[in-house]
Design a protein around this ligand. Structure first.
Ligand SMILES: NC(=O)c1ccc[n+]([C@@H]2O[C@H](COP(=O)([O-])OP(=O)(O)OC[C@H]3O[C@@H](n4cnc5c(N)ncnc54)[C@H](OP(=O)(O)O)[C@@H]3O)[C@@H](O)[C@H]2O)c1
Length: 267
């Protein structure tokens, strides 16, 4: 359950990246319902503006929509600049995307974009926001950063090589920062979702038959917010956590061979 003092601790404002669909949109909806003013960022500005208008009408909160391509080199700085004058106590670094299939078959430039969106943005947002969150402490408030990683970051996943490597960075980043700042009243939580209902699977051409036990994005967002103070990591799916625990308990070569057999594209 989300603590009753959640808004008091992390409010009044929150930044959510990748709020134009899926888990990010669910975070935005949940936070607006808790009374947060929001800055929401993604490329599809039409989606963001529609969401902003709806959340404003439903909850009376102020929602600022920012059109930004997070793969661009100046994107993190543009988010930091756009939020500089606002009292943001919660950063949800959620935007990300994956690529499936044989590593050599994926587009090289898209992989570079993926590293920028999945890795550089969380790294730079944390760099820019930690001093701001620390400064709130003097005013008697807390602060938090949620990184959206993936269960796939727990080991190298064949046929998802670059994505799982990118999410391993996010998990390591989140763990390290938890070790650095959680004793200063800044909560760091790295979310590792298993399969979650969103646009991601269709964008990656994933066969829906491969997706077992998908959770609704709203459930994942809500559970993550409820666990914000229980870092460093949060696994939203017991099913996927148990599957990966099994793999991680196996000799690595056997685990990778089993996973490669399961993940190998059939067409
Ligand atoms: N769904 C799952 O099963 C699952 C599992 C594990 C981890 N995750 C992680 O959850 C996060 C959210 O994904 P999702 O499942 O909700 O997928 P989604 O519905 O495809 O949402 C992805 C979000 O990221 C934004 N985004 C992607 N590339 C961007 C770019 N270059 N610039 C700005 N925004 C960008 C998208 O916005 P625009 O396209 O409008 O720019 C969209 O809002 C990702 O980090 C993903 O890796 C998802």
């Amino acid at each position: 359950m989300i603590p009753a003092n959640f808004h008091q601790t992390y409010g009044p404002g929150a930044l959510v990246t990748g709020a134009s669909s899926g888990i990010g949109q669910a975070f935005a909806e949940e936070l607006a319902a808790l009374g947060f003013d929001l800055v929401i960022a993604a490329r599809r500005i039409d989606r963001l503006e529609t969401l902003a208008a709806r959340l404003n009408a439903q909850h009376g909160v102020k929602v600022t929509a920012l059109e930004v391509d997070l793969a661009r080199a100046n994107a993190a700085q543009s988010l930091l600049d756009a939020t500089a004058a606002q009292d943001i106590g919660l950063v949800v670094s959620n935007a990300g995307f994956g690529l499936k299939g044989p590593h050599e078959a994926n587009d090289a430039a898209t992989m570079t974009d993926m590293l920028m969106v999945n890795c550089n943005i969380p790294l730079q947002l944390a760099h820019g926001f930690i001093p701001r969150l620390r400064a709130r402490r003097g005013a008697g408030k807390g602060g938090g950063i949620i990184f959206n990683a993936s269960i796939e970051g727990l080991m190298g996943c064949p046929y998802s090589a670059a994505y799982s490597a990118s999410k391993a960075l996010v998990i390591a980043l989140g763990e390290a920062l938890w070790g650095e700042v959680s004793n200063e009243g800044i909560d760091i939580l790295t979310l590792c979702p298993g399969a979650t209902e969103s646009e991601a699977a269709a964008k990656q051409g994933i066969d829906p038959a491969m997706l077992h036990n998908q959770l609704p994005a709203a459930d994942v967002a809500q559970a993550t917010l409820a666990h914000i103070a229980e870092g460093p990591t949060f696994f939203s799916s017991d099913y996927y956590k148990a599957s990966f625990d099994q793999l991680l308990a196996m000799p690595r070569r056997e685990a990778l061979a089993a996973m490669a057999a399961g993940m190998k594209p059939t067409r």
